[in-house]
Design a protein around this ligand. Structure first.
Ligand code: OXD
Ligand code: MN
Length: 583
């Protein structure tokens, strides 16, 4: 291999000396390689073949029952100064972090194969893309990385050209929760992950590289690495606006990114194009607009709740060549999960036991599918454009059962940054821990920002400079509940009505009223035709609760103050301005 790959070769040798694998395999990403890995995993039970007639070339993986989600409490950012990681991250010094991880990795691959996975995050020829190499002892990780990234020979060629890459070292270890850590060394562009095979902990291109390490690189280099879907909304005149939207994990990013418009809209010619469902890298272009790429090549989506009603495009995408993790299966080996609503019944649950609803759900609430984006009927050809797509609107949103209306628009960029920074949402099964607890999750990046949130907010604010043509910023809440505890907004395809208003605001054609929290549509500004919304729904979805917002602004103020003197003054002034205008 060429001398430009010396650093990579040396690192692989160093890791092999530490972990002592039986064999080393450099992944080329070919079909032959994948077939051999799949055959091996089928033989040892890592993968179980699903019904070949209904789901050709698709597989079920059952994880260790204690290894089903991201582990935020075991995830660390290792910087020399603790303040650089910030109160939003668990911290360890790089020296201690390496010592702790290397002790775990010592000899951990004896009897196993070490796989070297060169990968590219983003279109292989895009200047916005970045490469990495993951070393792992898990063939399941290799098979998933092949779907989720541009993996293999082309990525290795780019690494050879550029000479730089993010280093990720992973071992499933013993899958013991007491010997499990995910550590990031942003200054060394290095990740070490031990003891878990779960996607967010083990597919290192995804959360570890494309968010935690990339957010750190993005700050240094003047771009943004965000936990956002990207969609294109095409109107009946054939014009497309691109929208990036940040919602916390398991809050409907995949569903929104693949939305199918309600019938009347469809007939009129509205269409949603999918660019990405989880991660967005964007940077200012020469014209001052923000241009975005999806660094991923596949979807690692939450299966439960996915149905013909909630997301027909996702269902079509996962009909073949998909890996399902921790779903239930029917008697004839079709994947099954709660909310699939396809008239079938599960026979076996995600732990491989006969399904008994009194014991546990058939699918784990965080069961996942891994599938190539190219299989999605709404996948946009623009997703492969090396220049990225220009973003017209940024949307923030969380799960808020009360207070927060259906949609509002921030007055300007600074206000928009405050709206993102003060986002709150109820926790979900995507991370280990209690579900349904409201927490602040700024820009949906609480688990993923690789540095101090105070500096991250300052970085966001810095994009407002001469010549910038920034997107408008909005906040949505699909999850408002009525006094009966039921959701007030139908959601799913009907969210297009809100997107139409957002694009109308961008184009200057849609109306709004000024409220202290921003610009809100009245019922007349949004097309509600054909919806059955009661009196309570209309008043809560479009209203403004002054007393509730007074308390919310106070809570936002004390949340931001907790970041201490690093918090940008402009953000505190914005909070004070809004608090004052509420009265
Ligand atoms: C994900 C997550 O898997 O956010 O995308 O947990
Ligand atoms: Mn995510």
């Amino acid at each position: 291999m060429s001398s430009r790959l010396d650093a990579l070769n040396q690192w692989v040798l160093d890791v092999a000396r530490l972990t002592r694998p039986d064999a080393i395999h450099w992944c080329d990403g070919s079909d032959t390689e994948n077939d051999a890995l799949i055959a091996r995993m089928q033989a040892d039970g890592t993968l179980i073949k699903l019904n070949e007639r209904t789901h050709p070339d698709s597989w079920l993986h059952r994880s260790h029952p204690d290894d089903v989600a991201r582990v935020e409490h075991l995830t660390f950012v290792c910087t020399s100064e603790q303040d650089d990681a910030g109160p939003n991250n668990h911290w360890m010094s790089p020296v201690d972090g390496h010592a702790q991880m290397d002790a775990l990795f010592d000899g951990c691959m004896v009897g196993r194969t070490l796989y070297v996975i060169p990968y590219c995050m983003g279109p292989i020829d895009s200047p916005l893309s970045r490469c990495g190499v993951e070393i792992t002892d898990s063939p399941y990780v290799v098979a998933n990385m092949r779907i989720m990234t541009r993996m293999g020979a082309a990525a290795l060629a780019r690494i050879e050209r550029e000479g730089s890459f993010v280093k990720g070292l992973h071992s499933t270890g013993e899958l013991d929760p007491d010997r499990r850590f995910i550590m990031h060394f942003p200054d060394e562009l290095t990740i070490k992950s031990y003891g878990s095979g779960y996607g967010g902990n083990a597919l290192l291109g995804k959360k570890c590289h494309a968010l935690r390490i990339a957010s750190h690189q993005a700050r240094k280099e003047g771009w943004l690495a965000e936990h956002m879907l990207i969609l294109g909304l095409e109107n009946p005149q054939g014009q497309t606006h691109y929208i990036a939207a940040a919602f916390p994990s398991a809050c409907g990013k995949t569903n929104l990114a693949m939305l199918i418009p309600p019938e009347g809209y469809r007939e009129a010619g509205w269409r949603v194009w999918t660019i990405g469902d989880d991660i967005c890298w964007m940077r200012p272009g020469e014209d001052g607009r923000l241009y975005a790429i999806n660094p991923e090549a596949g979807f690692f989506g939450v299966a439960p709740g996915t149905s013909e009603k909630s997301n027909p495009n996702a269902l079509a995408t996962i009909q073949h060549d998909a890996i399902f993790t921790n779903v239930g299966v029917t008697a004839d080996n079709q994947p099954w999960w709660e909310g699939i609503d396809n008239g079938q019944q599960p026979a076996t649950d995600w732990r491989g036991e006969p399904y008994d609803p009194a014991m546990r759900p058939a699918a784990h609430p965080n069961a996942r599918f891994t599938v190539s984006a190219k299989q999605c009927p709404s996948y946009s050809p623009m997703a492969e454009d090396p220049q990225g797509v220009p973003i017209s609107a940024i949307v923030f949103g969380g799960r808020r059962a009360s207070l927060v209306p259906l949609v509002f628009e921030a007055r300007d960029w600074t206000h928009g940054v405050l709206v993102g920074a003060s986002m709150g949402s109820e926790t979900t099964a995507a991370a280990a821990g209690q579900v349904g607890v409201m927490r602040r999750d700024p820009m949906a990046m609480k688990p993923f920002c690789g540095y101090n949130f105070a500096d991250y907010f300052a970085h966001w604010l810095s994009f407002d400079r001469d010549g910038a043509k920034l997107p408008k910023v909005f906040h949505v809440n699909w999850f408002r509940k009525g006094s009966d505890g039921k959701f007030l907004w139908p959601g799913f395809g009907d969210n297009l009505r809100v997107l139409e208003w957002i694009v109308g605001r961008v184009e200057g054609t849609a109306g709004a009223v000024d409220t202290p929290i921003g610009l809100q549509p009245t019922e007349g500004d949004i097309n509600l035709g054909g919806l059955d919304l009661g009196e309570e729904a209309r008043s809560l979805l479009f209203g403004f609760d002054r007393a509730g917002w007074q308390a919310e602004l106070e809570s936002i103020g004390s949340y931001l103050e907790d970041y201490g003197p690093r918090i940008p003054v402009a953000l505190m002034e914005e909070q004070a301005r809004i608090a004052k205008s509420i009265g």
